[in-house]
Design a protein around this ligand. Structure first.
Ligand code: TYM
Length: 337
């Protein structure tokens, strides 16, 4: 099928930390199988990441590492448009426009804003507040049909829908109204040291990074918090046994086994056998990704060719949408400069 006839997928990840198992199982793993059926754009959203202070040299390194990891996870740059957000200036421009069509109250209700402003009380900047309008711009610029993300980003995608609908009602059909696209398993991976909060880089002991060595991964899983019940039995009961449920979720996601099959496999074996087995399965899933990412990262020219071509392809689409928006708003057409 020609790319023009395919539905559009858009998603992005911030290069504000190293990619972790939550990013992989909640998002990237789901992206890999979509290229045949959809026209896919995957972005490294560096402009979003500066809503929290970053060390410049680290940010640059992580953005390139993230690109290498996208490819290592199986995103073929010929089949998918892989690019860096700051290379396509239309994101910032549409982000500004959408700020003017998003209500203060809507932005105030965003859970991520509330969480991040609690965590970074010394730096609650305007960008942190308007973060979701830039995300809406990312999505709407490409006339996106579906946005594959983990559960925590659903609220932002729903806001993007509301903004698109509001703009379309005012100015006529301008944007496709996108849908969130959330995996059945893996959409919410919890921290290994605290199964009540989502896995995130802010708790490195409970977070498995894609570049962790097998020894580190094994250690993190052996130390994973299971539950304080005396049952010592692998059973899927998220409310009673959130730690075990999280490990089952991870195991199911990397092996494709159902919860029932997992319960049978570990019947009578207890957590002492289950935890290292989950660790092993994760190690084997991540090993080829880590090795391939390291290889790609050492080939700077290849990486540069990927993000250059990606930005060119993305700009071609983004430019058209922005031109349409500016025209509808009543801006004077830009002369050739
Ligand atoms: P970010 O960078 O925090 O996370 C990237 C992706 O990983 C998913 N994710 C998880 N999934 C399951 N369990 C977890 N513990 C976990 N942690 C993270 C997220 O749901 C997400 O899919 N605002 C976005 C980035 C963004 C974006 C976009 C996404 C900017 N523009 C446009 C989609 C479309 C964010 O902060 O994700």
């Amino acid at each position: 099928m020609d790319n023009k006839e395919k539905q559009v997928i858009f998603s992005g990840i911030q290069p504000s930390g190293s990619l972790h198992l939550g990013n992989y199982l909640g998002a990237i793993k789901n992206w890999v199988s979509l290229a045949d059926e959809y026209n896919c754009y995957y972005c490294i959203v560096d402009m979003h990441s500066i809503t929290v202070r970053q060390e410049p040299a680290e940010l640059r390194k992580r953005a390139l590492m993230q690109l290498a990891q996208y490819v290592a996870c199986g995103l073929d740059p010929k089949e998918n448009t892989l690019f860096i957000q700051s290379h396509v200036h239309e994101h910032a421009e549409l982000g500004w426009v959408l700020n003017c069509y998003t209500m203060f109250g809507e932005l105030s209700r965003m859970t991520q804003f509330k969480d991040k402003s609690a965590k970074h009380a010394e730096n609650i900047n305007g960008g942190l507040f308007t973060y979701p309008t830039l995300m809406a711009a990312d999505i709407l610029l490409y006339q996106t049909d579906k946005v594959p993300v983990g559960e925590d980003q659903k609220q932002h995608v729903e806001l993007s829908r509301d903004i698109a609908i509001r703009f379309n009602n005012l100015y006529g059909e301008t944007f496709k109204v996108p849908d969130p696209f959330i995996p059945k398993v893996g959409a919410r991976i919890m921290g290994l040291s605290d199964p009540k909060s989502k896995m995130s880089k802010s708790d490195p002991q409970g977070c498995v990074f894609l570049m962790d060595s097998p020894d580190e991964i094994s250690r993190k899983f052996k130390r994973a918090v299971t539950d304080s019940d005396s049952e010592n039995c692998v059973r899927f009961a998220p409310d009673e046994k959130p730690g075990v449920a999280n490990l089952m979720n991870i195991y199911s996601s990397v092996t494709g086994k159902s919860f029932e099959e997992i319960e049978k496999e570990f019947a009578g074996k207890g957590y002492g056998v289950f935890k290292p087995a989950v660790g092993e399965a994760v190690i084997e899933t991540l090993r080829p990704i880590r090795e391939e990412a390291e290889r790609i990262l050492s080939d700077k020219a290849y990486l540069q060719s990927i993000y250059t071509e990606g930005a060119q392809k993305a700009s071609n689409t983004a430019r058209k949408t922005l031109r349409k928006v500016y025209k509808k708003l009543g801006f004077v057409e830009k002369p050739q400069l």
